[in-house]
Ligand binder design. Structure first.
Ligand code: SF4
Length: 675
């Protein structure tokens, strides 16, 4: 009877990149309960966040009106006053310092339509300084997979994992970061697939693995090269695939000569016999898939590590078939879509390069504007560049999410002008000159694109609080004030323009999306979508082997800072906690930050389980509860990054991968002091 009183709204989960389909039951404008959609790709499953953590929408601290800083305080203002101020300050700074003095951060939490408008606004103002949190998660995948294949997107949809005989999961704590997908992986393992996990930390999937490789942090290239050494020395490579589909294999063979199992054991700590077993399993499988995430990418050698994985997949022909692929799992709900929409400094919607005349000319023709062909600054470069005078940040919280967060906060505070558009007064919004109140994903229409590359509908279930507006409406109101034509009545209209701007979305419209979504590339209305990429050829033609070699992390332990710290997520919280820390149930389960520490290290320092400790790096220190466990090896620590009051990124090292400009979140040197 209770179900009958409520109205179900089918939408997409606003949390992780799995993009589960859900029916949100609403009564009197409030969410009552949420059920997984049986006919969605998630087959009715939801994790604790999707099922129980949408109560943030009705939280009393939601932003309800625009805020303007007056006499040092943020005070309520009307929409016209706030937007006029944003427009006049951005135009004045552009006039005085040029368009490259403006920086724009798009958002993996906003819809495709909103990201499309946001990057359009930035580019039409004369700058390609537009980026977003993909810089902090998969920028290394983008660099590496474009070099190797010509395209950086996950190659296979999640459901295809059932076709894999061997599943290699590395640098991904899938159970906590992509929970519903991890259930599918476990199901595949129970049905006979061989699961190999490579991770320095004991994670949920290691309990289900046939083989757990435990490399020391920062040594991934050595063990991946070791697998390839064994494969080549035992003649297990796929010679036909190499000859037909790739180039550069001889250089690779030469480069791998040194990576004998004995050498790799010394370099990584992985027993030689385990390395040989993993190599044979992967190479002999009829189909093997690689699933990886930020344990691989968030290093100063992130690009090179992804290149090594691409080399491995091509060496064995494990790409372009059912069950065979290489899949960078997308972290946030719409990080795939915000990249697709051109929320990046070097590429336009659909991944045409800004410095490619043909690609730029097509967008200029569509928008009837002349655009800059100079690639913009990445997000991490924006925080380092003295050139930048103003930032417009939509739905991101760099004050907590950036490495060396204290520096990021100081930089934001020192800007001439900062606009933040968000649903709560985040740590970043508190530093702003103008705060614009936005709708959450439960209060607007549009689309998200999940880690499948599956474009799915987002539908408003409840009304916006107070005067808050969907981001696309805010951009629609602001654009003309900045001389950028907008005039969209509905998100569906924006999607029609996206189909013209981005050929990979060419055949996608709301009418076609329906319940199962559409997996791009979908170039025309007759095209069914593409669940598996690179079947016949790679976008660059031949796949390119690019040998890489291990490099030490930018900061290694020493006497003063003897531990290696890695950061990451827990199941119950999400990113900087903007939404999940406003969810009563989740806060009850995981109320505070903690540091995982090995039992032997804890005993040596006299630290009991549950005791408070200070963790300090060269950049700052935080106070957390000690979680004494054997999940981490001796000398290693793990801290989740969701907690503002104990922000792990106060500690992390901002050293960057030279190509991807991604910080080394996964390795920095720290010490632990009992309180
Ligand atoms: Fe939402 Fe991800 Fe959980 Fe699915 S697995 S319910 S998309 S957080």
């Amino acid at each position: 009877a209770r179900l009958c009183e409520t109205r179900p709204v089918r939408t997409t989960c606003p949390y992780c990149g799995v993009g589960c389909q859900m029916d949100v039951h609403v009564k009197d404008g409030r969410i009552q309960h949420v059920l997984g959609a049986m006919d969605g790709h998630n087959e009715g499953s939801l994790c604790v966040k999707g099922r129980f953590a949408l109560d943030f929408t009705a939280h009393p601290e939601r932003l309800r009106a625009p805020l303007i800083r007056r006499d040092g305080e943020l005070v309520p203002a009307g929409w016209d006053e706030a937007l006029d101020l944003v427009a006049s300050r951005l135009l004045a700074l552009r006039e005085e310092h040029g368009p490259r003095s403006l920086g724009f951060l798009a958002s993996a939490r906003c819809t495709n339509e909103e990201n499309y408008l946001f990057q359009k606004l930035a580019r039409c103002m004369g700058t390609n300084n537009v980026d977003h949190c993909a810089r902090l998660c998969h920028a290394s995948s983008l660099e590496a997979l474009v070099q190797a294949f010509g395209s950086a997107s996950p190659t296979n949809v999640m459901a295809d994992v059932v076709n894999a005989e061997v599943i290699l999961v590395t640098g991904s704590n899938t159970t906590e970061t992509h929970p519903v997908f991890s259930s599918r992986i476990k199901r595949a393992a129970r049905s006979g697939a061989t699961l190999v996990v490579a991770d320095p930390r004991e994670i949920g999937l290691t309990r289900h693995a046939d083989l757990w490789l435990r490399p020391r942090p920062g040594t991934d290239i050595a063990w991946i090269n070791g697998l390839m050494h064994v494969i080549l020395s035992e003649g297990l490579e796929n010679r036909d695939f190499i000859d037909r589909r790739t180039e550069g294999s001889e250089e690779l063979r030469e480069a791998l000569a040194v990576y004998t199992p004995a050498y790799v054991q010394t370099a990584t700590g992985i027993p030689a016999a385990d390395l040989v077993r993993a190599a044979r399993l992967y190479a002999r499988a009829g189909a093997a898939t690689i699933l990886y995430c930020m344990g691989i990418t968030q290093h100063t050698c992130g690009t090179d590590t992804v290149l090594a994985l691409a080399n491995l997949a091509m060496l064995c022909g494990q790409v372009g078939r059912p069950g065979a692929g290489i899949n960078p799992l997308r972290g946030q709900n719409n990080v795939q879509g915000s990249c697709d929409m051109g929320g990046l400094p070097g590429v336009l919607p659909g991944y045409g390069r800004v410095d490619d005349d043909a690609a730029l000319g097509r967008i200029e023709g569509l928008w009837k504007m002349s655009l800059s062909k100079t690639p913009g600054l990445t997000a991490t470069e924006m925080f380092a560049s003295p050139e930048l005078r103003a930032m417009y940040i939509m739905g991101e919280n760099p004050a907590l999410s950036d490495a060396d967060a204290s520096h990021a906060q100081a930089r934001l505070a020192a800007l001439d002008f900062l606009v933040v558009q968000d649903i709560f007064l985040t740590e970043t919004a508190r530093l702003a000159d103008v705060v614009l109140p936005a709708a959450s994903a439960l209060e607007k229409d549009g689309t998200f694109t999940n880690t499948d590359r599956r474009v799915q509908r987002v539908r408003a279930a409840v009304p916006c609080p107070g005067e808050a507006l969907p981001d696309w409406r805010i951009l629609n109101l602001l654009g003309p004030r900045l001389g950028v034509p907008m005039g969209y009545d509905r998100p569906e209209e924006i999607m029609r323009e996206i189909a013209l701007a981005a050929p990979i979305y060419g055949g996608i419209d709301y009418r076609r999306i329906r319940r199962e979504g559409i997996v791009w590339p979908c170039p025309d209305q007759a095209h069914p979508g593409t669940p598996i990429l690179h079947r016949e050829t790679f976008p660059r033609g031949l796949g390119r082997f690019i040998p890489t070699h291990p490099q030490a992390p930018a900061e290694v332990p020493d006497e003063m800072y003897p531990f290696v710290l890695g950061t990451g997520r827990v199941l119950e919280h999400y990113h900087t906690g903007t939404m999940t820390r406003k969810s009563e149930g989740l806060n009850r389960i995981v109320p505070e930050c903690f540091v995982e520490m090995n039992q032997e290290d804890a005993a040596r320092l006299g630290i009991a389980h549950g005791r408070r400790v200070r963790v300090a790096s060269r950049r700052g220190e935080i106070s957390v509860r000690a979680e004494v466990t054997d999940r981490v090896a001796r000398g290693h620590l793990f801290i989740p990054f969701h907690f503002a009051e104990a922000a792990a990124n106060v500690l992390t090292n901002p050293a960057l991968d030279p190509l991807a400009r991604i910080p080394e979140f996964k390795v920095c040197a720290v010490r632990v002091i009992p309180e």
